[in-house]
Design a protein around this ligand. Structure first.
Ligand code: NAD
Length: 326
């Protein structure tokens, strides 16, 4: 069990992260490491195992049918799930959840168990889940990521970690197999809080860049000229210089708008993250006027154009442009 690492949730991010983690751990261990995987969609787990075997034929890797079985088999458990309900179900409330698995283990095995959840979820829910895992005698950190699917595939993600100093020291070498920057943000929940603050800025920024680009191009400015001015001036930001939403604005780059907004960071995920920001702002008794407006805008865009929900969130520009034509 000490040699086994488990991964739960092999979706767009989890698949790539698990692949990097397992392949590098396997090489580092001289072939001794073992792995288990689990996904609500069993086919995803089977596909992962088959692909891993193709590249590492002798690897010891198995599909587990429940998170409880994952934790019974492995000392280190990682998860990358959609959001709060799935994390609660996987860890604490589900019949076959991690907590029920921990309860069936000898106490030495429980205390050596380390859970790392990289899902972007509600801070309050994450802290509650972490408290239950700690009460049971195991360790847990929140370690959400930034860097998207490209960063997950390249192994260059940034991990924002919430946990104790000791937990951070133990988790750092594991996360280094999947990312370049591993940052200790503070106690449990802090990694998520930092991630949610950053994404609220991003969500607002992308909207105002879309508005300004639309205003300028409707006036008659060439999108590349306008983007060039913004990107060498004080309005420059990631949404204008990397993720510019107007085709032709960044002639040397290929942002999602050059492929009809396919790939990138889905609008539905940005709306989710802004919803989490509104939950956090309420919890700290703060104010986030712009965050609330941005949440409303993404929600309404998806309601009017459901096809944009899975496209990159810079596709709000396409929605604004359509409205401007009406
Ligand atoms: P995804 O929907 O592609 O993957 C989620 C996976 O979890 C799926 O394979 C699903 O079958 C599985 N799953 C769902 N419920 C489960 C359960 N109860 N038990 C086991 N498996 C379960 O999502 P994703 O794009 O990989 O994102 C995962 C998380 O990472 C989200 O919280 C997202 O906000 C965050 N994130 C995503 C990106 C991105 O660019 N996609 C970037 C940064 C952070």
């Amino acid at each position: 069990r000490a040699r086994t690492t488990g991964f739960i949730g092999l979706g767009r991010m989890g698949y790539e992260m698990a692949y990097n983690l397992f392949s590098r751990t396997l090489v580092e261990s001289g072939g001794a490491a073992r792995f288990v995987v689990c996904d609500a969609r069993e086919q995803s787990a089977t596909e992962f195992v088959n692909n891993f075997h193709t590249h590492f034929p002798g690897a010891k890797i198995e599909v587990m049918t429940s998170p409880a079985d994952v934790v019974r088999a492995s000392q280190t458990v990682l998860s990358m799930l959609p959001s709060s309900p799935e994390v609660k179900q996987t860890y604490t409330t589900g019949d076959g959840g991690i907590l029920s698995g921990l309860r069936s283990l000898p106490s030495d095995d429980v205390s050596s168990t380390f859970c790392i959840d990289s899902t972007t979820l509600d801070v309050k829910a994450a802290k509650e889940v972490s408290a239950s895992i700690h009460e049971a005698g195991a360790s847990m950190v929140d370690a959400p990521v930034s860097g998207g699917t490209a960063g997950a595939k390249a192994g260059t993600l940034s991990f924002l970690v919430g946990g104790t100093e000791d937990e951070f020291r133990r988790v750092e070498p594991i996360l280094a197999h999947m990312g370049k920057r591993i940052i200790h943000c503070g106690p449990s929940g802090s990694g998520l809080a930092a991630k949610i603050c950053n994404n609220m800025i991003l969500g607002v920024q992308q909207i105002v860049v879309a508005e300004a680009m639309l205003m300028g191009t409707k006036f008659g400015l060439d999108p590349a000229v306008l983007a060039g001015v913004i990107n060498s001036s004080t309005g420059a930001c990631w949404s204008s210089s990397v993720n510019n939403p107007v085709p032709g604005a960044l002639p040397d780059k290929e942002p999602p708008c050059t492929r009809d907004y396919e790939g990138g960071f889905a609008t539905r995920l940005m709306e989710k993250d802004l919803g989490l920001a509104l939950g956090l702002v309420e919890e700290v008794d703060g104010v986030a006027t712009m965050g609330a407006v941005a949440y409303e805008i993404y929600a309404r865009v998806m309601e009017a154009w459901p096809q944009l929900a899975t496209k990159d969130f810079s596709s709000v520009y396409a929605a604004f442009a359509t409205l401007a034509e009406e």
